[in-house]
Design a protein around this ligand. Sequence first.
Ligand SMILES: Nc1nc2c(ncn2[C@@H]2O[C@H](COP(=O)(O)OP(=O)(O)O)[C@@H](O)[C@H]2O)c(=O)[nH]1
Ligand SMILES: [Mg+2]
Length: 214
Amino acid sequence: MVKSAETGMRYKMIIKNVLLETVCGITSTLPENEHIEFAFAGKSNVGKSSLINGLMNRKALARTSAQPGKTQTINFYHINDQMYFVDLPGYGYAKVSESEKAKWGKMIENYLHKSKKLRAVFLLIDIRHEPSGNDRLMYDWILKQGFEPIIIATKLDKIKRSQMQKHVKMVKEGLKVVKNTIVIPYSALTKQGREEIYEVLDAYLKMEEEPDPA
Ligand SMILES: Nc1nc2c(ncn2[C@@H]2O[C@H](COP(=O)(O)OP(=O)(O)O)[C@@H](O)[C@H]2O)c(=O)[nH]1
Ligand SMILES: [Mg+2]
């Protein structure tokens, strides 16, 4: 997002170029990127690829699949030579073996722990349903790694507008979110919520430019 210095007016975040730069499997060495990173986590089928595509303004660069759990890689999308979106493997896919799950747990933990460039973690939760045990584990685990997850409540178009606040409350209570947690309802169909997400990204990008406002 660009803000004019003269008028202070807001402009929409412009996605100039997008590159799937690195795909990490379970034994891969994680990249040491020069630009800041935003990670996206959530159970498989929650709408992670759809959100990432929506934010990147691409129809299908991040795979959206009828085969949940297929994407067991960590994918790094380089955007505008400015930042990375990091697509983490979805959890809660029953067909993956316990040992495979454990390996992925370690891999994600390693990433959250070691990345010097990771600035924020987005946790996606289906707005229709109460968060699952796995969602709560993931939330607590991200907290433990030192990040306060930004919650994206996905598939907003699947509920009535009048139900939105009630569902947001359900998500917040289900996760027992810490005070001041940001929850942004989002629809991949209508793109409702996208500007708010861009604003969050923009705030982090600005912090890189002007590290200490004090
Ligand atoms: N109606 C609706 N469907 C969605 C939305 N987001 C994702 N989907 C659908 O949910 C399924 C899983 O989405 P995907 O992005 O692949 O989920 P992922 O496994 O978390 O990456 C696909 O059929 C998507 O089209 C949304 O906001 N609204
Ligand atoms: Mg996906």
